[in-house]
Design a protein around this ligand. Structure first.
Ligand code: NDP
Length: 284
């Protein structure tokens, strides 16, 4: 017996679809919470993005995700951009609200939610390694959550400067940048260090983040955005020095939980989503 197919969520994907771990994570939550919904993925060329969004509207999708390289370009095709996505200047999550398609950004929200399980970001001195899309989303959300200072440390100095300036001008937070040459020495006043570069992402392996490990102190929270493998070399070294650590898998799960709430109104069970992600990453 045939029935019309009405998927509820879609992912407008820029890379080969096989690389996206979000689908198994979200579909596990659908099953767990008894929703007969589907999350389908489409590999979209940049020049077809406007038509893809029109297709989303025509087919009645309730929302979806957007990946690189569409996160900035999608903005002009949506009806409205939520506050933090607008400050970040990029969208990774689309939510249908009434007749509108609204752009949200869950990259930084997922991180801040993970951090709150260890420490309140308010009043904290934060060092962020990296100045790409992940660093920007995290820096904006930390600034909006009341971080005391943000220091951007990036290999390409100019990009780090631009991000610090972006944060200052759009959030009013105290933000500065620092060059990254040799092994970076973490300032003693740092409360939270966020490794937001792509160093160590699978299949790169045991890559070393250039840091002077003797400057890590046990009271610091050390976070790594790399979701696969979740136990990065940096996190193992930080844990061995007595620090509280946050892995990138937790950030990805919290991003999924945030998107799921936007789309369905349901608080998803994070353990179900984490298990599905671990399986998608091959039990890592
Ligand atoms: P971008 O390409 O936008 O930025 C990459 C950043 O990494 C830049 O700051 C770049 O520096 C830096 N970098 C790359 N290689 C090196 C190196 N060898 N030494 C020093 N710096 C380096 O990527 P994104 O910001 O989008 O993503 C970064 C990582 O975050 C990815 O691994 C991604 O998987 C992860 N991520 C995790 C999420 C999660 O939920 N866990 C969510 C989103 C992203 P430079 O400017 O000098 O090139």
């Amino acid at each position: 017996m045939s029935r019309s197919f009405k998927p509820e969520l879609c992912c407008l994907f820029g890379k080969p679809v096989a690389e996206n771990p979000t689908q198994p994570m979200i579909e596990a939550a659908f099953r767990h919470h008894g929703l007969d919904w589907r999350y389908v993925q489409f590999e979209i060329d940049p020049e077809a993005l406007a038509d893809a969004v029109r297709g989303m509207r025509a087919m009645g999708f309730r929302g979806g995700n957007v990946t690189t390289p569409h996160k900035v370009a999608i903005v002009k095709h949506l009806d409205r951009i939520a506050e933090s996505a607008s400050v970040i200047g990029a969208v990774n999550c689309i939510v249908r609200r009434g007749h509108e398609l609204v752009g949200e950004n869950t990259d930084g929200l997922g991180f801040v939610q993970s951090l709150r399980e260890r420490a309140d970001p308010s009043g904290k001195n934060v060092v962020i390694l990296g100045a790409g899309g992940a660093a920007r989303a995290i820096a904006v959300e930390l600034a909006l959550a009341g971080a005391k200072t943000l220091l951007i440390v990036n290999r390409t100095r100019e990009r780090g400067r631009e991000l610090a300036e972006w944060i200052r001008s759009r959030t009013g937070a105290v933000a500065d940048s620092s060059p990254w040459t040799g092994d970076y020495r973490i300032p003693a006043a740092t409360d939270v260090l966020v490794q937001a570069t792509s160093i160590g992402l699978f299949p790169e392996g045991e890559a070393r983040v250039p840091l002077d490990l003797s400057t890590i102190e046990p009271r610091m929270v050390i976070a790594d955005v790399i979701p696969n493998p979740p136990q990065t070399r940096l996190l193992r070294e930080a844990r061995a020095r007595g620090c509280s650590v946050l892995d990138g898998l937790g950030m990805l799960v919290n991003q999924g939980v945030t998107g799921f709430k936007f789309w369905t109104g349901i608080d998803a069970d994070p353990s179900v989503m984490r298990r599905a992600l671990e399986e998608a990453f091959g039990g890592s």
